[in-house]
Design a protein around this ligand. Structure first.
Ligand SMILES: NC(=O)c1ccc[n+]([C@@H]2O[C@H](COP(=O)([O-])OP(=O)(O)OC[C@H]3O[C@@H](n4cnc5c(N)ncnc54)[C@H](O)[C@@H]3O)[C@@H](O)[C@H]2O)c1
Length: 703
């Protein structure tokens, strides 16, 4: 058998197998395991070999099973029940001692492979972990049965339920490994192997070890109750505990069987599908179809931000947090002082909460240099404009930036609604202009919507995507259109929310229904938080630009009363001074009642199910249009935007994955029902051509 993923050599009587997939952090897949199996066969048959060492690299023994392979393996494969086990048996059945030499990460399948070996020699820098729970599954190759036998039960349970990797030194005194070494772990393992042969150490069996705990059953029952409460939307943490319960109660082989059953169940849950979708979606977002992965990046070692308001301050903090010096420019000293004071207060609050030291606060503040002069920013590698949302002001700023910025600098705008192509046209270098749409608060929110203008250069896009990672954001690319991906979709969602209130639901019923579905905040509470005037301003523009489009008018009436939300103490709810609790308000009830009368609507009761699906399918239909127009290059990009920027519930994987799980055929049928509603807007529910086509073909947005 050819060896593409491992290297094999001999050191006297010791056979050495080195997993060699550096780009994949030595992730294990069928081929790696087959090659290891074949090498073990050969060593076992070779009478000159007395023991075998399996190792990886300095960075990773093996950082898990290949999740790419897991994503593509079908449920039918899982049902065969041999997805993992067939390849792994070989290590366990080898009749000569097998020693794992572990440096770097031994995660997931890597940790399980190490535990299957007869001995483990660990580097002091090694890290062991079972992170499967983060993908909604559990260790499926014996991890839940072996780990509690070699480390204390509490520790094993924590590791498996949290997924957090732990450094070697924390395992001192446990039975996880046989030696911990500071130097070359392979050399130490080869020496150990020689000793295993000369001293005839035999083959110890983890399976024969007892789980030691004074009351394991009570402890695990307590753990099960706790994780069920904490991880209520996700079944995997509880299943992890159930697998460990099996390790305590059942003989080893039966425990393995139980682990497998639980694994096969979890892998098919929508929650696991959602977590895997988000995991791959995050990685896929940084890949743009027509931008090659090896596109040379522009160097970003310094930055500038124009405008020290709500967004500018937060954006500057992102750079300082990543250790990138940033100049912050304002027109007036007072605005600059105010902006800096807010930044300092934010950092000091973090320090008070113990998230950083006062030293860190000073270090970060020292990376932010305030200025009133464009002369100070010309040498920055990137400048991000965050001034008022007004094209005339943007024009003035971009003309000035074109004058002062060095050649090759990236000129970015944080606009949330304006045309990035038009902004680019104010410069003589539209190829260097890009949109970087941060979400508020910009220092906290994960999402960065990266708006690719018609003329944006590929290396500018690639550099901005790489920068997003550096400042710990999820960068997702959007084409230019009104509202980009996120806000263009949310507008349809808000329209539906308004229609449902006109038809008979109260704002609190709408909010509660979608919050129960898992959204962080319903549309009306959200609007009160963001400021109802923001949407009002956009709608007024729409009434002029798109007179054909219908809008429910409740939100306008709320605004006409000056009820802009939390900031004015009243919106769709009322708020007590200094508090954020949304309290239903009879004034709003009356306003809604009058409005319905005006429209001649007899209110009806809407079910929570109707509310949820009208809101979510409003997103889905607009998402389908966005995909079709090429504004988003893939459905998972839309989902990443909704998961990281709009509070869409993670366990449902984003609107497009939710629609796939619901079945697009069923989505279209529901939309037909919604269109038949006499007070609805039938044109609203006209399925986007892409949605209709995929539904007819029995396909999904994600394949
Ligand atoms: N607030 C949000 O939630 C949010 C979210 C995403 C994007 N945005 C966008 O970010 C931009 C800024 O919004 P904001 O909420 O931070 O506004 P803001 O009013 O809080 O801040 C704007 C700042 O820009 C300064 N400024 C105005 N003209 C300037 C000029 N010519 N030169 C230098 N400074 C100037 C102002 O003094 C002010 O401090 C807008 O384009 C907005 O659409 C806002």
């Amino acid at each position: 058998m050819s060896q593409e993923m491992i290297n094999v050599e001999t050191h006297g009587r010791v056979g050495l197998i080195t997993i060699n997939r550096p780009k994949a952090m030595n992730a294990l897949n069928d081929q790696v395991m087959d090659e290891i199996g074949a090498a073990l066969d050969a060593f076992e048959a070779d009478e000159n070999i007395g023991a075998i060492v399996i190792t990886g690299s300095e960075k990773a023994f093996a950082a898990g099973a290949d999740i790419g392979a897991m994503a593509s393996f079908s449920y039918m494969d899982a049902y065969k029940g041999d997805y993992i086990s067939r390849n792994w048996e070989r290590v366990k059945t080898c009749r000569k001692p097998v020693i794992a030499a572990v440096a770097g990460f031994a995660l997931g399948g890597g940790c399980e492979l190490a535990m299957m070996c007869d001995f483990i020699i660990a580097a002091d820098s090694a890290k062991f972990g079972q992170p499967e729970v983060k993908l909604g599954i559990l260790p499926g190759a014996g991890g839940t049965q072996r780990l509690p036998r070699v480390v204390p039960l509490e520790m094993a349970t924590n590791m498996i339920v949290s997924g957090t990797p732990i450094k070697s030194e924390k395992f001192k005194g446990t039975k996880l490994f046989d030696e911990i070494v500071e130097g070359d772990v392979v050399q130490a393992a080869v020496a150990f192997a020689r000793k295993a042969v000369s001293d005839k150490l035999g083959l110890p069996k983890v399976r024969d070890l007892k789980i030691e705990h004074e009351d394991a059953e009570a402890f695990l029952q307590f753990s099960l109750n706790t994780v069920r409460t904490v991880a209520k939307n996700f079944p995997a943490p509880a299943a992890c505990v159930q697998a460990i319960q099996a390790a305590v109660k059942l003989p080893f082989e039966q425990g393995l069987k139980r682990e497998r059953e639980l694994f096969l169940h979890l892998v098919q849950t929508p929650e696991s599908r959602a977590l895997r979708h988000a995991f791959f979606g995050e990685r896929a977002a940084s890949k743009v179809p027509d931008v090659p992965a090896d596109t040379p990046l522009r160097k970003i070692e310094s930055a500038a931000v124009i405008g020290a308001g709500t967004m500018g301050g937060g954006i500057a903090m992102n750079f300082a947090n990543a250790g990138i010096p940033v100049r912050l420019l304002e027109m007036k000293q007072e605005a600059l002082d105010r902006g800096l004071a807010t930044i300092r207060k934010n950092y000091e609050n973090s320090a008070k909460k113990g998230r950083m030291t006062m030293d860190d606060v000073e270090k970060r503040m020292s990376l932010i240099t305030p200025t009133l002069s464009y002369d100070d920013i010309g040498q920055a590698d990137i400048v991000i404009e965050a001034v008022f949302e007004d094209m005339a002001v943007k024009e003035q700023v971009f003309r000035k930036l074109d004058e002062v910025m060095k050649p090759g600098a990236i000129l970015a705008t944080n606009t949330s609604t304006l045309d990035v192509n038009k902004i680019a046209s104010f410069t003589k270098r539209p190829q260097d202009v890009i949109g970087t749409h941060f979400f508020s608060p910009a220092n906290v929110m994960k999402l960065l919507e990266i708006v690719r203008g018609e003329k944006t250069a590929k290396d500018v896009l690639a550099t901005t995507l790489a920068l997003a990672k550096r400042i710990r954001k999820t960068g997702v690319v959007s084409g230019v259109c009104d509202g980009f991906i996120g806000n263009r979709m949310i507008e349809q969602y808000s329209r539906q929310a308004g229609y449902m209130v006109e038809e008979g639901a109260s704002p609190q019923q709408v909010d509660k229904a979608i919050e129960k579905f898992g959204f962080a905040m319903g549309p009306f509470r959200m609007s009160d938080l963001a400021g109802n005037d923001v949407g009002w301003y956009i709608r007024k523009r729409r009434y002029v630009e798109r007179p054909d489009m219908k809008y429910p008018k409740i939100a306008d009436k709320i605004c006409e009363l000056g009820r802009f939300g939390q900031k004015t103490g009243a919106g769709f709810y009322r708020y007590e001074a200094g508090k954020r609790d949304a309290i239903p308000d009879p004034v709003v009830d009356k306003l809604i009642e009058d409005h319905r009368k005006e429209l001649g609507i007899t209110p009806r009761k809407l079910s929570d199910d109707e509310i949820v699906h009208r809101l979510v399918f409003a997103l889905v239909n607009e998402g389908a249009k966005i995909l079709e127009e090429g504004i988003a290059s893939k459905a998972s990009d839309i989902d990443m935007i909704y998961l990281t920027g709009y509070g869409f519930p993670l366990h449902r994987g984003g609107p497009m994955l939710y629609a796939d799980t619901y079945g697009l055929y069923n989505v279209v049928n529901r939309m037909k029902d919604f269109a038949a509603n006499p007070h609805g807007d039938p044109s609203f529910w006209e399925p986007a051509p892409l949605l209709a086509k995929l539904a007819a073909e029995g396909k999904g947005f994600n394949g």
